[in-house]
Design a protein around this ligand. Structure first.
Ligand SMILES: [Zn+2]
Ligand SMILES: [Zn+2]
Length: 231
């Protein structure tokens, strides 16, 4: 038996929203149930600028063979970043301070959907990659909500060039999104990311529908509170 076969092959969907994000309708208990049904061994809950949904999902999970990672998707001045293994909510919105906060908590940080095409110019790629390449742990290389396959391909090239781990996640906002992309690794996620031994799979088939529904949801929300542009 090789040492590799001692480790279980894991599938984690590392990008999920609950209704604690204004653009998502997913209830914490539904997200948990669907992720398990889709064959995930774990998930990260990454609401926009909040860990409330993640804490709820973690509390609801009674299965010790299923891991719930507390994270969030922070909208920084340079774009969205995914954070994992948080102890408390990230307060800063400045990219460099966010990195410091995550590290101080012993968490991990990844750039989210770095090449997503967006009509909003402030959401297009503009990470100061040279300055952060030694501080980030991963690049999101498969996001199931991309409009075009080339958007994920570019992210995959970036991870290769930087020689850091590539991860995958569905960016679920609705029931049909959950588990549409995920990260594959052996044994322990943190170790796999640090050693650049992750891979990913997924489909972007449902991405446009999900994006449109979030856009509409935001429009409805915006009647009641200021438009935040989350999707
Ligand atoms: Zn997201
Ligand atoms: Zn969203």
């Amino acid at each position: 038996m090789t040492s590799k076969s001692l480790h279980k092959r894991m599938k984690y969907d590392l990008h999920n929203h609950t209704h604690y994000s204004p653009c998502s309708s997913l209830k914490p208990e539904i997200l948990l149930k669907l992720a398990k049904r889709k064959g995930m061994n774990g998930i990260a809950v990454t609401d926009h600028n909040s860990i409330k949904g993640a804490l709820k999902v973690k509390k609801l999970n009674k299965d010790k063979d299923f891991e719930v990672i507390i994270g969030d998707e922070v909208r920084t001045n340079y774009g969205d970043v995914l954070t994992y293994y948080l102890q408390e909510e990230i307060k800063s919105r400045d990219l460099f301070s966010v990195i410091d906060e995550v590290k101080a908590q012993g968490g991990l940080i990844a750039v989210a959907h770095p090449f997503r095409i967006s009509i909003n110019p402030t959401l297009r790629f503009r990470y100061p990659i040279e300055k952060i390449k030694n501080k980030i742990d991963a690049v999101e290389c498969f996001n199931a909500r991309m409009l075009f396959p080339c958007d994920n391909k570019k992210a995959q090239k970036l991870a290769k060039k930087l020689d850091i781990a590539g991860i995958g996640g569905s960016d679920a906002h609705f029931k049909f999104d959950v588990g549409r992309a995920y990260t594959i690794f052996d044994g322990n996620l943190r170790r796999a990311i640090k050693q650049n031994k992750t891979s990913y799979e997924g489909t972007i088939f449902y991405g446009p529908l999900s994006g449109t529904l979030s856009f509409l949801r935001n429009r409805i929300f915006s009647k009641f509170k200021s438009y935040m542009g989350y999707h």
